[in-house]
Design a protein around this ligand. Structure first.
Ligand code: FAD
Length: 434
């Protein structure tokens, strides 16, 4: 088998990359060791769409991507009217004040890009988010620390980002992109595990699969999610990365929402609560999802191999995350049996993704998505198609990084921000917020 380009990974970002490469006229094959699109880390995603990131390019990427989600069916070129389509639910995001992500760092970037927001004091926060405790508890503490149970040391404000929200079904979003890619002629090979990258004359020549089959191609894009570092090791392309990437286990729990959090016609907002070390959002069935934001007091669950992940929620993380959530929403009830999922982030050392070429000609990466790039899948595909197109035409993206201009917002995004060789992003919150 031959292809102009092979994408390794059929998650939401892999499917987006495949679609954009096909739109650029390439004959594309996507390979995935699982049985369908979006079954890797995409399937565990909370799929929050928000714009607060630590760099202007990060903010601009998320803001531009939101417009793609808003116009999703049209983005899919020929999507049959009767077929299901993922939807962005615009619930807004409430970002509680926390020293680790101060609003005076983010809001000037919102101003620069024209992103609407409202600044709320504690009274406004209490009025706008039913049932919330506006107390300040910073820094986050473990449950076995007596200080966890102490009263608040002050009151919190927040900023509200009305255009934020979440996509209702992350796996469906990946399937939508895969179907659009198929309509453009992309071939998907499921249950094919890449085991080797073949080289010839210092360039990519093809891939080999675990069952001994092979495919010839001059372009490979590694979009293997939490398996991306392993794929880079297979390809032998790690030596010039300034950013390291490792898989990390995460749990997201689902509980009945506290009264009034979801209203009859609208699910509750995303509440990013770095003051206590969690985030929450509404979910269908009058539920609430609760995830973590890597508070310093809790051990991080690094994995050597994502396939070794314990796939069920654990009592310890459930208790920690839900007790924090119940502190913020005192009317929350915590069922005795944990319910939720365990997923794996592909964490870059500065929680910022890598969209780039590598030292091996023809081998590209869209990786290090750090639990925060579902929302940017529409642009990640476009970034990679632009990089592959330019580099294959002889452009030196390392010394003259490309700029991408947003179709909807006109924002110019400097792709050097996502380089494998960038200086580590010291503005990062060191958490999933990027
Ligand atoms: C619990 C959780 C919550 C999240 N919440 C959010 C959020 O609220 N907002 C947000 O923006 N982002 C969020 N994210 C991050 C987001 O979901 C990911 O960044 C995104 O889904 C990654 O997509 P992907 O296509 O790169 O990878 P994946 O979906 O992981 O796909 C990678 C694919 O590569 C395949 N693969 C790997 N190795 C091989 C191989 N050797 N051969 C063949 N195939 C291979 C795998 O089978 C897999 O299907 C969250 C992630 C998790 C885990």
């Amino acid at each position: 088998m031959t292809a102009d380009a092979v994408v390794v990974g059929a998650g939401v970002i892999g499917a987006s990359v495949a679609l954009e490469l096909a739109k650029a006229g390439r004959r594309v094959v996507v390979v995935d060791k699982l049985g369908g699109p979006g079954l890797g880390s995409t399937s565990a995603s909370s799929s929050v769409v928000r714009f607060n990131y630590s760099t202007l390019d990060g903010v601009a990427t998320a803001w531009e991507s939101m417009h793609h989600w808003t116009d999703w069916a049209n983005q899919l070129d020929g999507h049959p009217e009767e077929a299901p389509v993922a939807r962005l639910l615009r619930t807004g995001l409430v970002m509680l004040d926390a020293p680790v992500a101060p609003k005076d760092r983010v809001l000037p970037m919102f101003d620069q890009l024209g992103i609407p927001y409202e600044v709320w004091d504690a009274a406004e926060l209490a009025a706008r988010v039913p049932g919330i405790d506006t107390g300040r508890y910073w820094p986050p503490k473990r449950l076995d620390d007596e200080a966890f149970w102490a009263g608040p040391t002050g009151q919190l404000g927040a900023f509200f980002s009305p255009d934020a929200g979440y996509v209702d079904d992350p796996q469906l979003a990946a399937l939508n992109l895969a179907d659009a890619a198929r309509r453009k002629g992309v071939t998907f090979l499921f249950r094919h595990e890449v085991s080797a990258v073949r080289r010839a004359n210092g360039k990519v020549a093809g891939l080999e699969f675990a069952d001994g089959q092979r495919i010839d191609t001059g372009v490979v894009v590694n979009v293997a999610g939490p398996w991306s570092s392993a794929m880079n090791r297979i390809a032998g392309v790690c030596e010039d990365f300034t950013i390291s990437v490792r898989p990390m286990r995460q749990e997201v729990h689902q509980v009945p929402a506290p009264p009034g959090f979801n209203s009859e016609d609208r699910l509750g907002p995303v509440v990013a609560d770095l003051d206590l070390g969690i985030y929450v959002r509404g979910a269908p069935g009058d539920a609430m999802l609760v995830g973590g934001t890597e508070p310093e007091c809790e051990p991080l669950q690094w994995l050597d191999d994502p396939d070794d992940v314990y796939p069920y929620p654990t009592a310890a993380v459930y208790e920690a995350q839900l007790t924090r959530a119940a502190r913020r929403f005192p009317k929350l009830t915590i069922p005795g049996t944990p319910r939720g999922i365990a997923g794996v982030y592909d964490v870059a050392s500065d929680w910022t993704p890598i969209y780039d070429r590598t030292s091996l000609d023809g081998f590209y990466v869209a990786m290090g998505t750090s639990g925060n790039q579902f929302k940017n899948a529409p642009l990640a595909g476009r970034f990679m198609a632009a990089i592959v197109g330019a580099v294959e035409d002889g452009h030196d993206h390392d010394s003259e990084p490309l700029r991408y201009v947003g179709e909807y917002t006109g924002a110019a995004i400097n792709l050097a921000a996502f380089s494998r060789k960038r200086p580590v992003n010291t503005a990062s919150t060191g958490t999933v917020m990027g």
